[in-house]
Design a protein around this ligand. Structure first.
Ligand code: LMR
Length: 396
């Protein structure tokens, strides 16, 4: 029976890791999958996470099932982190939420929930968006359309075109927005632009679906939540998918959150029952471990402070690496102005080079990056920045 299935190509992002591992070039550079790396190229376990693990090991007395919604302390801590303490939606008890297996799990169960609301609705995603958004949402059976977002020729957001397209989205359709650190471009909306998006949503009645996977990696934990908090405060319904993979470094533990801001607490009870039912029908309940760690960190003042300082360190290191790369490219005489890399936020930058140039970087220089020209800034270090800049100048 399986003979009917065709072999599929490697995943455009995850496949890069396998290709990198197989490359025997000792000077290969991995700027592919979005994981944070230190100066030695390692992805360390955060100190706050290590301490939380020790506490969890000492205090966990059972491996019985957790509640269907997940670890409640995790959910409460995450909602405060994302929405801010005292957010009206929290005070008015209008937020339904479940712990999900990673940001991907959250995106998928929310997409499944949307099909229960309206099978015919369209989800509008930015052009470009994270490659996996399309199957995660599309495979739930929803239609996907794109709205203009990034101007590759000028390395900036084409906001006028975006606003014009969003103004035509019909009531009840869903618009996927990146809360911060846009993946893949690193180009984020300004506060004024978020305000405009809010006004368009108020006029058209579209529902924002906000994916926040890099909170703290752009300008700061609160700063990066500006758009989400604004929309969640001023619109009756907002959908949020969050991930702890990057900012807690809990990639393999699969820790995410699926949340819905509802018009009132009665509707919150209904969507809470629905999202738990969606999860029950797919994987029953989330794994406890990662959520239990985040629960310990976010609900302990000292551990939270330690974690926040570690997020700051990661953010500042990535900001410094941006400057390091841009300066090195100038020093090497690059024929293209890459100063836009300094303005981009978070883990990724779009280098705005052609697919042919990307292929040459991979095949001739063993520099691994996504075909769109997305690079993981955290993969740069003081040792590889020179050969990286030389390779880039060579392919321009
Ligand atoms: C990325 O964008 O590289 C990460 O979010 C990893 C993934 O699953 O694609």
């Amino acid at each position: 029976m399986f003979e009917v299935l065709p072999q599929l190509p490697a995943d455009p992002i995850l496949g890069l890791s396998a290709a990198y591992k197989q490359d025997s070039n000792p000077n290969k550079i991995d700027l592919g999958v979005g994981v944070y790396k230190d100066e030695s190229g390692n992805t360390p376990i955060l100190n706050a996470v290590q301490q939380a693990q020790t506490r969890l090991l000492a205090s966990e007395t059972s491996k019985t099932y957790i509640t269907p919604q997940g670890v409640q302390g995790y959910i409460d801590g995450m909602l405060q982190l994302i929405l801010g303490k005292g957010h009206p939606a929290l005070i008015e008890d209008r937020v339904s939420a479940v712990q999900a297996p990673g940001g991907c799990g959250a995106l998928r169960i929310l997409a499944e929930l949307l099909t229960r609301c309206d099978k015919e609705l369209t989800v509008w995603v930015s052009d470009p968006t994270w490659a996996n958004h399309i199957p995660l949402i599309g495979n739930a059976g929803l239609k996907i359309e794109t709205y203009p977002y990034f101007d590759k020729a000028n390395a900036c957001i084409k906001f006028d075109e975006m606003a014009e397209a969003l103004a035509k989205v019909k009531k009840g359709d869903v618009v996927l927005l990146h809360g911060c650190c846009h993946n893949p471009t690193g180009a984020d909306l300004t506060q004024e632009q978020w305000q405009t998006v809010l006004e368009i949503a108020q006029n058209t009645g579209f529902i924002p679906f906000i994916d926040v996977a890099y909170q703290g990696f752009g300008d700061g934990l609160d700063e990066d939540a500006y758009g989400i908090r604004l929309l969640a405060k001023n619109l009756p319904e907002v959908i949020i998918a969050a991930s702890c993979s990057k900012n807690f470094g809990l990639y393999r533990e699969r820790v995410g959150l699926a949340a819905m801001i509802n018009a009132n607490s009665q509707s919150k009870n209904i969507t809470q029952s629905q999202i738990q039912n969606v999860a029950r029908g797919i994987y029953s309940m989330p794994p406890s471990y990662g959520g239990a760690l985040v629960d310990i960190i976010l609900n302990d003042e000292q551990l939270k402070a330690l974690w926040m300082s570690e997020v700051t360190d990661m953010r500042e290191r990535m900001q410094n690496l941006r400057a390091l790369l841009v300066n090195k490219l100038v020093e090497k005489g690059a024929s293209k102005d890459f100063s836009f890399v300094n303005q981009q936020k978070g883990m990724f930058s779009f280098l705005c080079i052609t697919p042919e140039q990307v292929n040459k970087l991979v095949n001739e220089h063993s520099v691994y990056l996504v075909g769109s020209s997305r690079v993981n800034i955290a993969g740069i270090n003081t040792k590889n920045v020179e050969p990286l800049a030389e390779a880039l100048v060579a392919v321009l």
